[in-house]
Design a protein around this ligand. Structure first.
Ligand SMILES: Nc1ncnc2c1ncn2[C@@H]1O[C@H](COP(=O)(O)OP(=O)(O)O)[C@@H](O)[C@H]1O
Ligand SMILES: [Mg+2]
Length: 398
């Protein structure tokens, strides 16, 4: 319809990086014909081309300025629960002049100002170790195709996940991530090959026993939610297992605390906001305390503060011994939290290894049109081992 003003409300949530670029390139086309684009978003990466940013909080516009000046104002962004571009945070922490929020700008400023020199990249091999004891999940030559479909959705997947790992699965939309995840808890059964949980075929398990081993949080929380109250929703898995009411109550309240949902017990899950429904779905799986928790894009639709809260909660569970597998499109989440990263493309595993190594190989990642975050591209270029601002500061400080 070629409107003069186009408003898009979180248009790229749920999309892979390639889909995001395609949607956001609308801005260039609109600019060519002098149209106006208004994008509502909470991720800075989606709006770096904006001429002007309005920052909102509690129903008010609290700042209105050029993109560059808003995105470089760390305290302001923090006060609104928006992620500070990590390259900006790095420059501030190092006391370097400038507030670049793209890799190219950061690299330019470092080179121009002689702020740091690139190191040999052979120093960080030792941080590439993975767990190798206690295999928990194993896929052997796993292939799958949906009934009526002529293309396989998974081909010859071979994979072992060990107890205590924190794994991220990345890949374009349609690459088979959800299909693989649903095999891990027996929601789908292989067309050929096999899936083992603790050396036992998934199809040899009774469903409730398998659910105790592997919990799955659906990509869309609404595919999971059904009960009239949050309390019943979160307690359901325990109830069908025949747990005593006291135990149910205790586990439910612990899961609600962990997901920041205390006080929501009597609310209807259907009336909650998307982010809250997402957390109800996570809480229902947590309540059962499965050894392995598989989460399919659990941070979609959450703002940065809630994403961070969810990820810290998962990190805590991992430290308590739970094995965590998370499917995500957010590179920073994989980079900051996963020790191992698996990249899928067209139903196959493209690469699988320690997160640091996977993100060091930018060429390989780009085969699936993924790229590390601006911070990690900078870390790759500088030759630092760390994938976080704090870690890089430690390495770079003289
Ligand atoms: N219920 C279904 N019936 C038929 N094809 C499906 C179904 N679900 C997914 N697919 C196809 O399987 C492939 C992998 O999908 P999926 O596992 O959902 O990918 P991802 O989670 O990586 O986006 C895609 O080609 C998709 O179209
Ligand atoms: Mg999916």
């Amino acid at each position: 319809m070629e409107p003069r003003v186009l408003v898009m409300d979180e248009p790229v949530t749920d999309l892979d990086p390639k889909g995001r670029r395609a949607i956001l390139s609308i801005s260039d086309r609109l600019r060519d014909r002098k149209g106006t684009l208004i994008v509502v978003d909470n991720e800075y990466e989606n709006i770096i081309k904006a001429d002007c940013i309005w920052l909102m909080k509690e129903g008010e516009i609290i700042a209105q300025d050029s993109g560059a000046s808003i995105l470089s104002n760390a305290p302001l962004l923090e006060s609104c629960g928006v992620m500070v571009p990590p390259t900006v945070a790095l420059f501030h922490a190092m006391g370097w002049p400038g507030s670049p929020f793209t890799f190219e700008d950061a690299k330019f400023l470092i080179k121009e100002g002689g702020l740091a020199s690139c190191r040999e990249k052979n120093g960080f091999e030792e941080c590439y170790s993975l767990r190798k004891e206690n295999p928990l999940l194993e896929a052997r030559d796993l292939s799958f195709e949906y009934p009526g479909s002529s293309v396989p959705s998974l081909r010859n997947i071979n994979l072992t996940i060990h107890e205590g790992e924190f794994v991220a699965i990345l890949g374009e939309n349609g690459s088979g991530k959800t299909t693989l995840a649903k095999h891990l808890n027996g929601l789908l059964a292989p067309v050929s090959g096999e899936i083992l949980v603790e050396n036992r075929l998934t199809r040899a398990y009774r469903k409730p026993d398998l659910a105790r081993q592997v919990g799955y949080v659906f990509q869309n929380p609404d595919h999971q939610i059904f009960a009239p109250s949050v309390r019943e929703e979160v307690g359901f898995g325990l109830k069908i297992r025949g747990e005593k009411p006291g135990i149910i109550e205790e586990n439910v309240s612990r899961a609600l605390v962990a997901t920041g949902l205390e006080g929501y017990e009597d609310k209807s899950p259907f009336l909650l906001a998307r982010g809250e429904r997402e957390r109800v779905a996570v809480a229902s799986v947590l309540a059962v305390k499965p050894r392995v928790i598989v989460l399919d894009e659990p941070t979609t639709g959450l703002d940065y503060a809630l994403q961070l809260e969810t990820m810290r909660m998962l990190k805590g569970l991992n430290e308590e011994g739970h094995t965590i597998i998370i499917i995500t499109h957010a590179m920073w989440i994989a980079e900051s939290f996963a020790t191992r990263t698996i990249v899928m493309g067209h139903g196959e595993i493209i690469t699988d290894g320690p997160t640091r190594r996977v993100f060091a190989d930018e060429r390989r990642l780009s085969e699936t049109s993924l790229a590390p975050s601006a911070l990690v591209r900078l870390s790759n270029w500088l030759g630092t081992a760390s994938l976080t601002v704090e870690g890089m500061v430690k390495e770079l400080q003289p």
